[in-house]
Design a protein around this ligand. Structure first.
Ligand code: HEM
Length: 411
């Protein structure tokens, strides 16, 4: 992956160049003065140029996607890739040669991928599935809406107009990472990651052409930089690990390391450069503190997306007796007061008190640390809500596939 420096962003041609010129007169200048302090010595690569990832994208994929759009090949590529599903499946015949070459290389696991750690991570994902799905599903989803660059990208891209489909597509990816065979030949994680990498490069090409996105965004920078990817990555494994520690979920050091490892491999296959992928949890926490602080906040788009997401969650779990107030409170409990306020999540006088008292007890019971009588009845309503949610998304994911978008959100 070649670094695209800020200067190159400014001088490169076409839509990207025009955007770069706008950047020059924006608050982004202030950011570049603050600089980037996380050292590549803490990464899986162990070394690197140390460039601020705010100004690095995915040069090879971005050039390729721009060219596929110019050649009018996206619908054909989507058709060909529709049935490409398993990690070990050969790429379909008929793909453009440059795309095929890129994908053959992009689907390779990094040399540092460790099968033993990946196997332990599978077990960990199985035994801690409920917490992980809760943190990475509703938790990560609501956190993402409080990341302005992500909320605005999602809102103004095609998927923003159909959040149900978008969430189902994202759940395809989420369940692929957590699956028992994620990176085994019969698994699907490599496929979902490579497809997602193509989708992200597509978004970098399309979104700058959206007048609505142009109007809404303050900095008008090319979306989904390496920093943006890291921010979102930290709302997934790093957030989940922090939560599990907070809830005192028992785990061994090897399990924690294995869980980090499956996400390190995932970061690599998604197109994050090795020099930015944290090697240890300590390095991950340090990087997370650095990037989340400077990338989170409120936007009108984030508030709207949160409302849609929580509305969906409530609708889908209502057969199990789960109300919107419970969904609101669960979200607030997960993401905390600050993010809940940014996202405009309504306060719930009853559930906002109940959940923080009951959830830790439910965790302790599940981990065999307290006996059943210690768990109040209401806890099972929450437990059932999560079960329903997970079941539903497992099914929904089967109805859809990740495809390269051909347009932005129309309005
Ligand atoms: C698409 C995952 C980072 C914006 C997708 C998809 C997945 C995904 C699975 C395909 C689903 C779909 O097409 O709807 C991830 C992961 C990330 C990440 C795992 C980081 C670890 C980001 C960031 C942004 C972003 C940082 C924006 C700043 C988008 C957009 C789409 C997309 C706009 C396309 C939606 C559409 O089709 O209209 N992402 N993403 N993603 N992602 Fe990401």
């Amino acid at each position: 992956m070649v670094e695209m420096s800020r200067r190159r962003a400014l001088i490169s041609g076409g839509a990207l160049g025009a955007l770069g010129a706008l950047v020059a007169a924006s608050p982004a200048q202030a950011r570049s003065l603050i600089g980037w302090n996380w050292s590549p010595s803490g990464s899986v690569a162990g070394y690197g140029a140390g460039a601020d990832p705010h100004w690095v994208w995915d040069a090879e994929a971005d050039r390729l996607l721009a060219s596929l759009y110019e050649r009018g090949l996206i619908p054909q590529v989507n058709d060909l890739l529709w049935n490409w599903e398993r990690n070990d499946q050969p790429l379909p015949d008929g793909l453009p040669a440059d795309l095929r070459d890129f994908m053959e290389q992009a689907r390779q696991l990094p040399s540092w991928a460790d099968p033993e750690k990946l196997a332990l991570a599978e077990e960990f994902n199985k035994s801690r599935g409920l917490y992980l799905n809760l943190c990475n599903g509703p938790g990560g989803g609501i956190l993402a809406t409080a990341i302005p660059r992500e909320a605005q990208s999602v809102y103004y891209s095609a998927g923003g107009a159909d959040m149900e489909d978008r969430v189902a597509k994202t759940s395809l990816f989420g369940f692929a990472v957590g699956a028992l065979n994620a990176y085994r030949p019969e698994g699907t994680c490599v496929v979902e990651c490579v497809k997602t990498r193509l989708v992200h490069a597509a978004v970098r090409h399309l979104l700058p052409q959206s007048p609505h996105w142009q109007e809404a965004t303050e900095e008008k920078e090319i979306p989904i930089s390496q920093e943006d990817m890291l921010v979102t990555w930290h709302t997934l494994p790093t957030f989940a690990m922090r939560k599990m520690r907070e809830w005192e979920v028992p785990m061994t050091d090897d399990e924690a390391e294995a869980y980090l490892h499956v996400w390190q491999v995932t970061a690599h296959v998604l197109g994050i450069a090795d020099e930015y992928i944290p090697a240890t949890w300590d390095a991950a926490f340090a990087q997370s503190d650095e990037v989340l602080a400077r990338n989170m906040g409120p936007t009108p788009e984030g508030v709207k997306l949160t409302d849609v997401l929580l509305g969906q969650l409530a609708e889908q779990t209502s057969p199990a007796g789960i109300s919107r107030p419970l969904c609101n409170a669960l979200a607030r409990y997960l993401v905390g007061e600050q993010v809940a306020e940014w996202d405009g999540i309504q306060q719930e006088p009853v559930w906002d008190k109940v959940i923080p008292e009951v959830w830790p007890l439910l965790v302790k019971f599940r981990e065999g640390l307290v006996p059943l009588p210690a768990v109040p009845e209401v806890a099972w309503t929450i437990d059932e809500a999560l079960r329903q949610y997970i079941l539903l998304y497992l099914t929904k994911g089967q109805e859809t596939k990740i495809v390269i978008p051909t347009h932005n959100r129309p309005e």
